[in-house]
Design a protein around this ligand. Structure first.
Ligand SMILES: [Zn+2]
Ligand SMILES: [Zn+2]
Length: 377
């Protein structure tokens, strides 16, 4: 019995959370749909508007006005799609696969939740986040990471009645997959696969645009070290558009920040406070004993990365930096170049997350449940 092979997981994704939706318009985009009010079949979905009402959700169907505490719009055949648009307040038109649930959340808003097959959700996420034109092995890496993230954070919005939201707070999911069929292939071919660490825990899948040639240790940014997020050399991302940068900061502003925040004064250290050579990634500016974390300088002066060196030129501190983003975990430009060079998705994932494994999540759940059953016998 291979129950995991046919296992597909349904996700609950909270939609358009940036607006307090009071009226939403919904119609079938592909296939046909039925409307259920509190589990009772009401009729076929035409183009309908659903409104916030004191007692729940209000809509008209066949000349009758209905109010239910929960409305579910269910596809007649799998893989159908809906066109969704908030009317009050107005939103863009969105397209989502599978089913939709509408409830009254409060006096101010409706809750609209997409009940969507995991693979359909992931394809929408990858297109929303990355767009088109990438290598299929790179999309597979994204599928692995997004699936791992989704399962690890399944409880994130539990109190609001769904798993994940559609914004960057969780993973951007603006639409179903529309333009890049290669993404669907990548999701399907990695179906069920996730990254786990040596304790079999789902990995925290950090990524940034470009690590600048050396990834950043998680502890440099968040003070806690993670075994699979250690620093290492990455030669796949150098000589790319985002691999280097320069910036000038006024000498006075630099000096003032170091003195006010950390007591590192020019009086005491002279011009040394402007000169810093970072050939290898470090956590602190100049020397750890000064107590100036590079992440603080990045934040204060809005720098592209913490991987930079400095020197003085007249009245300016000139920074020459590498990379874009925090640099922890997967480096997107490096991973894209690996895919182009012929590396497979598992080689890429295991290069950026060291000492992790790729497992079939649902299969492992199945076996661990079986073990538990034996244990309790
Ligand atoms: Zn969220
Ligand atoms: Zn890199």
């Amino acid at each position: 019995m291979c129950s995991w092979l046919s296992f597909s997981q349904e996700m609950r994704i909270g939609l358009i959370r940036t607006l307090k939706i009071r009226t939403i318009s919904i119609e079938a985009h592909e296939g046909s749909y039925s409307i259920y009010g509190d589990s009772t079949f009401i009729g076929k979905l035409g183009a309908a508007k659903f409104q916030l009402h004191d007692q729940g959700v209000k809509f008209q169907q066949g000349g009758t006005v209905h109010v239910f505490s929960k409305v579910v719009i269910v596809q007649d055949k799998s893989n159908s799609a809906l066109m969704v648009k908030s009317v009050t307040p107005a939103s863009k038109v969105h397209y989502f696969r599978d089913n939709l649930e509408i409830t009254r959340e409060s006096n101010a808003q409706l809750g609209v939740v997409n009940l969507v097959d995991m693979n359909n959700y992931l394809a929408g996420v990858i297109e929303s986040e990355g767009g088109g034109g990438r290598h299929v092995e790179y999309y597979k890496v994204q599928a692995l990471m997004s699936r791992t993230y989704a399962l690890k954070n399944e409880q994130r919005h539990r109190k609001e009645g769904f798993s994940l939201c559609d914004g960057v707070h969780c993973q951007a999911y603006h639409n179903m997959l529309r333009h890049t069929p290669k993404i669907a292939v990548a999701v399907k071919e990695t179906s069920g696969e996730v990254l786990v660490d040596q304790q079999n825990e789902l990995v925290t899948t950090y990524f940034s645009a470009n690590c600048g040639g050396q990834t950043c240790d998680a502890s440099y940014i968040w003070n806690t070290s993670v075994p699979y997020l250690e620093t290492f050399r990455d030669t796949f991302c150098i000589h790319t558009r985002q691999s280097t940068w320069t910036k000038s900061v006024g000498k006075y502003a630099w000096k003032k920040f170091l003195e006010d925040e950390y007591g590192v004064s020019e009086k005491k250290y002279g011009d040394l406070i402007y000169n810093f050579n970072q050939s290898q990634r470090r956590a602190f500016y100049i020397h750890p004993s000064l107590g100036v974390p590079l992440r603080d300088l990045r934040k204060k002066f809005r720098l592209k990365s913490t991987y930079f060196s400095t020197h003085l030129e007249g009245e300016n501190v000139v920074l020459s930096g590498n990379g874009f983003g925090h640099g922890v975990g997967l480096c997107q430009e490096g991973a894209m170049n690996m895919a182009k060079a012929g590396y497979s998705y598992d080689q890429i994932a295991l290069f950026y997350f060291s000492r992790v494994r790729i497992i079939d999540y649902f299969r492992s759940q199945f076996f661990s449940q079986k073990e538990e059953l034996h244990d309790s016998e």
